[in-house]
Design a binder for this molecule. Structure first.
Ligand code: ADP
Ligand code: MG
Length: 694
């Protein structure tokens, strides 16, 4: 249960004064839908109101705080001529300018003859000083309130600074005093304030340097965030490790020998190395938790299958889980002949299996009539019971969360887990996403792949590209055409893809097909099937084809609005071609104008086909978390930490999380209790449920 002290922060933003149902969606888009989200909304700039010249000295273009006498109201004409208020001091005069004000309100705010402190942007027009819509107008006794440095925040259309600032202030007022979860001596050595004070300072910068990642208040909060993430991961790991493991060994490797003999190729050195690492883990009684990373096309599936054969030969069952229906079916189809060679029984279970078929499949599984079950997250469902699950492989890991990994592990007593990803994850990100999970890497591709010729082309040359695609189709090529990712909604993704499909179908006729995420899975598989068989040769798609689909005959990949994709994602898309022996091409179409960084990013892709180089360069260019370019990536997105600047904090947080759990595995001490609050604060509380006393 969430601690009561946090209740005031975990309520909808509408609980704050001035945030009604009309503005709530804007707050949600900008920061989040809970009060706590506003605490994490960092200032991006400041307005220094401490400049207080006389009117004669006031420099146009600066924000100033002026003390003036109100001389006269000069109402506008309700149209083009604005309402002006003439003010003066001993050195000169100026006009406050208002467009469409309520006159009564203005006369109350600025009574003629009164002294007022006015703060806002000074503008100069042929020697005449004006202040259009000053931000503050107060009587002299309240001067100190105005003469400050004010934080400014990132905004969104429809939400202006004033109400946002007020809401953030109100959120800060609600922030409770929480017990310190940091080690006090480490905190003091860093010169960091307590949590509440850090928040206050984060939102009250006194100079531009305090807006950056090195502000001690920011660093403290970033560390809190990183520590919560590392602690959650460490808890999950400890939970997995606490299960008694068992050794899975197949000394004769008879099944594997049969499969290797039947393969038309031999495994690469990298595959052999990874397999040896996995075998060693399997043979140990402790449960395995290993990540297998390999670029698209590096042959991860084969490694997984050969590892599964070890588990099966050792007498247990295996599971292979894919993120999509298409991919699960593809794994099933491609592994079936190998399974037949080895003499093991495969089963397939997806969300589409219902009723009797499903019941029969589950019965087989429970009896052990299925050795290897392939499927989607349908494998997680409660009624899926194995006779004896020994090894679970999760493909394209980044789509699954930590939680689901736990669910699958719960299905076996001592399940070994291998998670596979094509996403090249630089070390800092790897740490932040997985803690110190064991790690194997396929750094070598199977031989005989031809390099992909990648071009980066402005969308203005679309017609030329369509003509080039036409020539490729005439020459017998099979072509993917991926349509832009639109942030706001899948709906608009779809509209764009449908429009492009219609355009291309007009030019190329019945050879063109369309797949998208909103299609029924059966319909989607049917279209993919027709593309695989060559009935359709130009496939227009949204990013549903991103993951794993294997059509070796495809040799051309066109990506529209490439600038909207993450580099890793583009690299994955590109990996859909260049799988056969044909010479392949990838055309990345971008909209102009393209910023320097965006241009440099696409250039990396043109110059390299090494996923690791691409990921490292992308990290360098863009800094932290965005590297995968997609929200569904499953890698944590930090609100306060910036991995480019706080990488060393991440390392420290990992060490501290491990050390804390070593001393206090159940988080039962007073500090443990404080750390539980931290986990709740950053919504990592799923991990708490792994504790006995959670
Ligand atoms: P990914 O790592 O992207 O999942 P796959 O496992 O789908 O890659 O493998 C891509 C293709 O390479 C498959 O058609 C597979 O049969 C083939 N392959 C795997 N290992 C080798 C190898 N050692 N030599 C040649 N081809 C291989
Ligand atoms: Mg794969």
């Amino acid at each position: 249960m969430r601690p009561e002290s946090l209740f005031p922060l975990f309520v909808p933003v509408t609980a704050l004064p001035g945030v009604g149902p009309r503005l709530a969606p804007l707050y949600q888009r900008l920061a989040g839908d809970k009060v706590v989200d506003l605490l994490w909304h960092r200032p991006s700039g400041l307005v220094d109101r401490r400049y207080c010249p006389t009117l004669a000295e006031a420099i146009p273009g600066r924000v100033a705080t002026l003390t003036v006498r109100v001389e006269a109201h000069l109402p506008g004409d309700g149209g083009r001529r604005p309402y002006k208020v003439r003010v003066a001091d001993d050195t000169g005069f100026a006009h406050l300018v208002y467009f469409h004000p309520r006159e009564g309100w203005l006369r109350e705010l600025l009574p003629e003859g009164a002294i007022r402190v006015v703060s806002g942007m000074v503008e100069g027009f042929y020697g005449e000083i004006t202040l259009p819509h000053p931000d503050h107008v107060v009587p002299p006794e309240r001067r100190a309130e105005v003469m400050t440095v004010e934080a400014t925040y990132p905004l969104t259309a429809g939400l202006t600074l004033r109400p946002l600032t007020r809401a953030i202030r109100a959120a800060l007022d609600r922030a409770p005093d929480l017990p310190e979860w940091l080690d006090p001596s480490w905190r003091d050595a860093q010169g960091w304030p307590g949590w509440r004070e850090a928040l206050r300072r984060l939102h009250a910068p006194t100079g531009p340097e305090e807006l950056g990642p090195d502000n001690p208040a920011r660093r403290r909060l970033a560390y809190d965030e990183l520590l919560s993430g590392q602690l959650a991961l460490a808890l999950v790991r400890a939970h997995l490790r606490r299960r008694k493991g068992r050794a899975l060994a197949a000394p004769s490797q008879a099944l594997r020998a049969k499969v290797l003999a039947a393969l038309p190729f031999s495994p690469t050195g990298a595959q052999i190395r990874a397999l040896a690492e996995i075998d060693a883990d399997l043979a140990r009684p402790a449960p395995m938790l290993r990540l297998l990373q390999g670029d698209v096309g590096s042959g991860k599936t084969l490694v997984a299958f050969l590892a599964l054969l070890t588990a099966i030969e050792a007498g247990s069952q295996g599971a292979l889980m894919a993120p999509t229906e298409i991919l699960a079916r593809q794994h099933f189809a491609s592994l079936e002949p190998l399974a037949a060679t080895a003499g093991i029984r495969l089963g397939l279970l997806t969300g589409r299996d219902k009723g009797k078929v499903r019941a029969a499949r589950l019965a087989d599984l429970a009896e052990g009539a299925i050795d290897l079950l392939i499927g989607t997250h349908a494998l997680f469902q409660e009624d899926v019971v194995f006779r004896d699950l020994g090894l679970a492989v999760i493909d394209e890991q980044h789509r699954f969360g930590v939680h689901q990994r736990l669910d699958l592990a719960a299905k076996g007593h001592a399940v070994d887990m291998l998670v596979m990803t094509a996403t090249p994850i630089p070390r800092t990100l790897l740490l932040s996403a997985y803690g110190d999970m064991d790690y194997s890497r396929l750094d070598e591709k199977p031989p005989g792949r031809t390099p992909i010729d990648t071009r980066v082309v402005p969308l203005a040359r679309l017609d030329e590209m369509v003509a080039a695609v036409g020539r490729a189709l005439e020459a017998g090529a099979r072509v993917y055409w991926v349509c832009p990712l639109v942030e706001e909604s899948e709906q608009s993704d779809l509209a764009a893809a449908e429009r492009r499909f219609a355009d291309l179908a007009e030019v190329f006729g019945a050879r063109v097909g369309l797949v998208h995420g909103k299609m029924r899975p059966t319909a989607r598989d049917a279209v993919m099937g027709r593309f695989a068989s060559g009935e359709i040769t130009l496939l227009v798609a949204t990013t549903v084809i991103e993951v794993g689909v294997d059509v070796p005959e495809a040799t051309v990949m066109v990506v529209e609005h490439a600038e909207r994709f993450g580099l890793a994602q583009l690299h994955q898309l590109r990996g859909r071609v260049g799988r056969g022996s044909g010479r392949s091409r990838c055309l990345l179409l971008y909209a102009t104008p393209l910023g320097e960084i965006a241009k440099a990013r696409l250039e990396i892709l043109r110059a390299s086909d090494d996923g690791f180089v691409i990921a490292e360069e992308d990290l360098r260019l863009r800094g932290g978390g965005e590297i995968l370019g997609t929200r569904q990536s499953g890698l944590p997105e930090y609100r306060l930490a910036d991995l480019a600047s706080h990488g060393s904090l991440l390392e420290h947080a990992r060490g501290e999380a491990e050390a804390v759990l070593e001393r206090d595995p159940d988080l039962a001490s007073p500090r443990g209790a404080a750390l539980r609050v931290l986990l709740y604060l950053f919504e990592r509380d799923a991990a708490i449920h792994t504790l006995k006393s959670g």
